[in-house]
Design a protein around this ligand. Structure first.
Ligand SMILES: [Zn+2]
Length: 230
């Protein structure tokens, strides 16, 4: 599998290009462009949450915990005093970094179901639900964050799979081939749980069709094609 730094570089490059393209097409303010790109970067490291114990991984996770805590603070502590807002921010950041991280590490197997295609969907739809329901982001912004998170996570799985095809070594394909881009794990309850989460999230998020402005895809592609070269 690809190392943490490779995941960060690739996820940052691809989400940066995608975020900038959406901005150039007129579908994201500079602030949204940064938010969407950060969502893609987060997606790029999420599948290894139960497997990567390196210091760099924990630092990145802490950084995202603090950033997400700001979003929660802006979403729920509107009109609150400075002390109240800071209490919300600190509590959420510590919860994400320590309690959630610990629970995920404890309850999941290394490279288990969180390192799979349905998990990418759960990460993405989870982001849509969080952004829309908790942070009061509009349906379009929430869906874009979700697409970037899910896209980043899919890029992560593809990268791990590419790394398991050892093109230059005799013997070729490593044993880990096929273990990254999977639809289920050997753990049946975990597999059932992830698909159940997928269904629950799908019915909780705002309607996909109504979230995007008319002609979104075409306009986006046309703008990218027209502005790709100087
Ligand atoms: Zn991985």
């Amino acid at each position: 599998m690809a190392g943490f730094h490779v995941h960060i570089y690739v996820a940052a490059s691809i989400s940066g290009i995608a975020g900038t393209s959406v901005h150039i097409a007129g579908y994201a303010s500079p602030g949204q462009m940064v938010l969407f790109s950060a969502a893609g970067l987060l997606g790029g490291i999420l599948p290894d949450i139960d497997a990567d114990h390196s210091t760099s991984y924990r630092v990145a996770f802490a950084l995202f915990s603090f950033l997400i805590a700001f979003l929660v603070m802006f979403g729920v502590a509107r009109g609150a005093s400075l002390v109240e807002a800071l209490l919300v921010w600190g509590a959420v950041a510590l919860f994400l970094r320590y309690i959630l991280y610990y629970l995920v590490m404890r309850l999941t197997a290394h490279r288990g179901i969180l390192h799979s295609i349905p998990a990418c969907g759960v990460f993405g739809l989870g982001a849509v639900a969080l952004m829309h329901i908790l942070f009061a982001v509009d349906a379009y912004g929430a869906w874009m964050c979700g697409i970037f998170v899910a896209g980043g996570a899919m890029v992560h799985l593809l990268l791990d799979e590419l790394y398991s095809i050892n093109l230059f070594a005799p013997g070729g394909v490593k044993r880990s081939f096929g273990s990254a881009l999977k639809l289920f794990s050997s753990n049946l309850p975990a597999t059932a749980g992830i698909y159940l989460a997928l269904v629950i999230l799908w019915v909780s998020v705002p309607d996909y069709g109504e979230a995007f402005p008319a002609g979104f895809g075409e306009t986006l592609l046309r703008a990218v094609a027209q502005t790709a070269l100087p």
